[in-house]
Design a protein around this ligand. Structure first.
Ligand code: CO8
Length: 255
């Protein structure tokens, strides 16, 4: 196993990337284990939010270069990792990344696939693929540009230069920076808060926000309107409003 899964508590599952000998480089096995875990989590009502983290030294230092070295053009064309990445990006529940140390290449791309990114002060984010004569291949060009804009994305991808956690915060890649020893704790705390909310509203909120990446404003607003309307038919919406009126805490069931 390349993944540690902490038993779910208060709706939060914590997965820890565990390949210390390779700074958590994402090989096919690890990506497959993440994809398998997420497939199970998507139908497990006890899991409402997933936190993904690595070690203090490295969140993940990229795709596994040693594994990639053996793949020729056809090997990359029929790359089994592509399906695993799709499983990650299509996961319907929130993912929070708790990032310490290196988040390079595919490791940075994985962190950018998360819905919220909490960074430890010592985290470093970079797309160094250019040094290997390749380019980012798991969304790094597209997600990075949308997050930080053209000039900074070009600088990072063309030069391979990494940025600090503070820069990541400034460029809205990270939503918070913490002391490294508190990164996971803070991510789990936030996940627990999200896990108390109505699951269907959380799911549609995530999908609607992500819609903004690939639609024009009018289409996005139309999607928001439809999602908002769908939620009007849920038990949790009635419960939320009733709980407010009765001045008590809402108990959401995901229906
Ligand atoms: N892959 C495999 N092994 C790695 C990787 C990696 N990405 N990164 C580090 N390691 C290994 C090292 O080889 C070393 O192993 P060993 O002791 O057996 O030689 C061990 O981890 C420790 O690494 P270092 O000794 O290099 O540690 P340093 O602290 O000196 O340096 C760095 C840390 C700066 C992170 C350095 O290891 C480094 O530059 N790593 C490579 C970073 C990189 O280039 N990442 C991009 C990889 S390519 C990619 O991600 C493309 C994604 C495409 C996805 C497509 C999906 C379909």
């Amino acid at each position: 196993m390349t993944l540690d899964v902490t038993p779910t508590e208060q709706g939060v599952a914590l997965i820890t990337l565990r390949r210390p000998e390779a700074l958590n480089a994402l090989n096919t096995q690890m990506l497959g284990e993440i994809a398998t875990f997420l497939a199970a989590a998507s139908v497990d009502d006890s899991i409402r939010v997933v936190v993904v983290t690595g070690s203090r030294r490295a969140f993940a230092a990229g795709a596994d270069i040693k594994e990639m070295a053996d793949r020729d053009l056809v090997g990359i064309l029929d790359d089994p990792r592509v399906a695993h990445w799709q499983a990650i990006t299509s996961f319907s529940k929130p993912i929070i990344a708790a990032v310490n140390g290196f988040a390079f290449g595919a490791g940075f791309e994985l962190a950018m696939c998360a819905d919220i990114l909490i960074a430890g002060e010592d985290a470093l984010f970079g797309q160094p693929e250019i040094n290997l004569g390749i380019i980012p291949g798991a969304g790094g060009t597209q997600r990075l540009l949308r997050a930080v804009g053209k000039s900074k994305a070009m600088q990072m991808v063309l030069s391979g230069e990494a940025i600090s956690a503070r820069d990541a915060l400034q460029f809205s890649l990270a939503s918070e920076v913490t002391q490294p020893e508190l990164t996971v704790e803070r991510a789990v705390e936030l996940a627990r808060l999200v896990a108390t909310k109505a699951p269907l509203a959380v799911r549609l909120a995530k999908e609607t926000l992500l819609k903004a990446f690939d639609t024009d404003l009018a289409t996005g607003l139309r999607f928001e309107r439809l999602a908002f309307t769908v939620l009007a038919g849920t038990k949790d919406r009635n419960e939320g409003i009733r709980a407010f009126q009765e001045k008590r805490k809402a108990h959401f069931v995901g229906r």
